[in-house]
Design a protein around this ligand. Structure first.
Ligand SMILES: Nc1ncnc2c1ncn2[C@@H]1O[C@H](COP(=O)(O)OP(=O)(O)OP(=O)(O)O)[C@@H](O)[C@H]1O
Ligand SMILES: [Mg+2]
Length: 559
């Protein structure tokens, strides 16, 4: 039964306990989840950053080797051959044939020998370029000055992207140049190997931001990339942008060809981080599940605990009520003992004198008196009221008895049968039926027979009074664990909620003056209490009342 729900105090307490518990549990859980995710995300980003940087470095090395290899081959040809030899068309052809057959596909499309006036003296390759003059070309002066030159990618006469490598030689007749055209396609394929993953890109741009190799997604070779290369630092540089989807794109660059080309590696974090998002969803899932489990457990335990507390509280307040009742009776007991003692003696004298006066009235001279009848009724009234007063003092002494109850071997069923016998005629006159439902084999207990009879008498009398006429009383006995329970149920007028609190109070009565003393229940209460038992009742106005007397089973000692 959920007692606590009815009490605002418990509801408030429940709310507070649940709130505090949830706060104390949720905050660290959510914080922990957040921190773990944040750290994890950082590590993940760093991993992608490092990956991009590493790729740029290794890819730039591959490109450097590619260029160096071709430059070295050309330098070797220049160093091991004389200008006079190479400027002859047939000889150059031979050399061209040799390098294209002996080595792997180097991507060298043609070779040309140019003298110090820019005149191409010999040409080996698919086009007829012999006799062209390169003096006006900007690269011509550069190679003459620096010894080695690698051009940007351009279309040239051939209408396909290519670039040239030129190496200068020196002999008696002065400086001369060996120039080779490199197929851009093979170079493109090399850079493409770094276009990994779903979003990874790799390309080379020149100083003006023109693509030297084809990017994977937006743009074509020789188009403008839109990247301002001058903003990037000397070392392999690093940039970070947000695209329209909110994904971060990481760029890492590596300089090539004396800082004239930049190899760019890029990677979007979005899709690469799907592993991270899966982890995040798992973390959120675990936290949600944890929170749910905490809520359920907290609510459940709080409710159970408060329920127990409420039950215990109710028990305590019941106990308190009984203690107050016993206190009241104990105080009254002291007073009653004094009053009863003081009043009993005069009462005895009054009673005795009234008896003496009654005896005197038997004399003839009095009987002839005209007031004889009046004397007699007055004396009888005095006797009646003395008797009533004695009864009251006797009842009051019920509280005052200090001595322990006199212990007999008591058969409760037997006492009840005797008590009912005494009251049966009185009940029958008023058309009240008394039914008995007595459990057989009740143990004989050690208790005070006459006191118990007095208690049952009081309870059954009250039941008869409550019914008035026409009704029934049910008397039941039973054993529950180590207690005997006697219930007396009537279908009388019942007790109103307000009076329920007072019925055990001494002198509380609803009966007409002179009819009830209001001591029956309070005396019964203290007698049963002394025996270690309790009296309780339940009642509903107009429906009836049931009184329960509970007595502990005290097995009599063997005599
Ligand atoms: N079974 C009952 N049904 C309805 N009211 C009851 C019942 N028993 C007791 N009461 C109420 O409790 C009051 C107190 O009972 P109690 O036995 O102490 O005194 P009383 O019966 O009034 O007087 P006395 O017992 O001296 O004749 C009664 O006046 C009555 O109002
Ligand atoms: Mg009574």
């Amino acid at each position: 039964m959920e007692i606590y729900v009815r009490k605002p105090l418990y509801r408030k307490l429940q709310k507070r306990i649940i709130m505090i518990t949830l706060l104390v549990c949720f905050i660290p859980l959510i914080l922990l989840g957040g921190i773990i995710y944040y750290q994890f995300a950082n590590v993940y980003k760093e991993k992608i950053e490092d990956q991009v940087k590493y790729k740029a470095k290794s890819e730039s090395n591959a490109v450097k080797i590619f260029l160096k290899e071709r430059t070295s081959i050309l330098s070797t040809i220049v160093d091991t051959n004389k200008f006079d030899f190479l400027k002859q068309q047939d000889n150059l052809f031979n050399v061209f044939e040799v390098i294209n057959h002996r080595a792997d596909n180097l991507g060298i499309v043609d070779l040309g020998i140019i003298d110090n006036t820019g005149q191409q003296l010999a040409y080996a390759g698919p086009y007829n370029l012999k006799g062209l003059n390169y003096e006006e070309q900007p690269w011509f002066n550069e190679v003459m000055a620096k010894g080695v030159y690698i051009s940007d990618v351009f279309m040239g006469f051939r209408k396909m992207p290519h670039f040239i490598i030129a190496v200068s030689g020196y002999d008696r007749s002065g400086k001369w140049i060996l120039r080779a055209t490199i197929d851009s396609d093979i170079f493109n394929r090399l850079v493409k190997t770094a276009q990994t993953g779903r979003t990874g890109d790799a390309y080379i741009i020149n100083k003006e931001g023109i693509f030297q190799t084809a990017p994977r997604f937006t743009g074509k070779i020789l188009e403008n990339s839109g990247i301002d290369i001058t903003t990037l630092g000397e070392e392999a540089s690093f940039e970070e942008n947000k695209n329209t989807d909110g994904d971060t794109k990481y760029y890492a660059g590596a300089w090539l060809k004396n800082n004239e080309w930049l190899l760019v590696i890029s990677q979007e974090t979005g899709r690469e981080m799907s592993g991270l998002f899966a982890t995040r969803n798992l973390v959120v899932g675990i936290i949600l599940f944890g929170c749910l489990a905490i809520v359920i457990t907290t609510v459940f335990t709080t409710r159970t605990t408060l329920n127990r507390l409420a039950e215990a509280d109710e028990g305590i307040s019941e106990l308190n009520a009984q203690l107050i009742q016993s206190d009241k009776l104990a105080a009254l007991g002291k007073m009653a003992a004094g009053i009863a003692h003081e009043v009993n003696n005069p009462l005895a004298v009054i009673g005795e004198k009234a008896g003496w006066m009654k005896d005197l009235l038997e004399d003839e001279e009095f009987q002839e008196s005209e007031n004889f009848k009046e004397y007699l009724t007055s004396i009888e009234k005095i006797e009646h009221h003395v008797e009533r007063a004695r009864k009251i003092t006797h009842n009051m002494l019920g509280f005052a008895r200090r001595m322990e109850p006199h212990l007999d071997d008591v058969d409760l069923n037997e006492i009840l049968i005797q008590t009912v016998e005494l009251l049966e005629s009185h009940a029958r006159i008023n058309n009240i039926e008394i039914q008995k439902d007595l459990q057989e084999d009740l143990p004989v207990i050690a208790s005070d027979q006459s006191q118990l009879q007095q208690v049952f008498m009081n309870l059954i009398n009250n039941a008869i009074d409550a019914i008035g006429s026409n009704g029934s009383i049910e008397i039941k006995t039973s054993r529950v664990k180590s207690n005997l329970i006697i219930s007396i149920k009537d279908n009388g007028e019942g007790i109103s909620a307000e009076q329920q609190r007072k019925v055990f109070d001494p002198f509380f009565t609803t009966k007409a003056a002179g009819k009830g003393t209001g001591l029956g229940l309070s005396v019964s209460f203290s007698l049963i209490e002394k025996m270690g038992g309790t009296i309780t009742f339940e009642s509903k106005k107009t429906e009836g009342t049931t009184f329960h007397v509970t007595l502990p089973v005290v097995i009599p000692e063997k005599k």
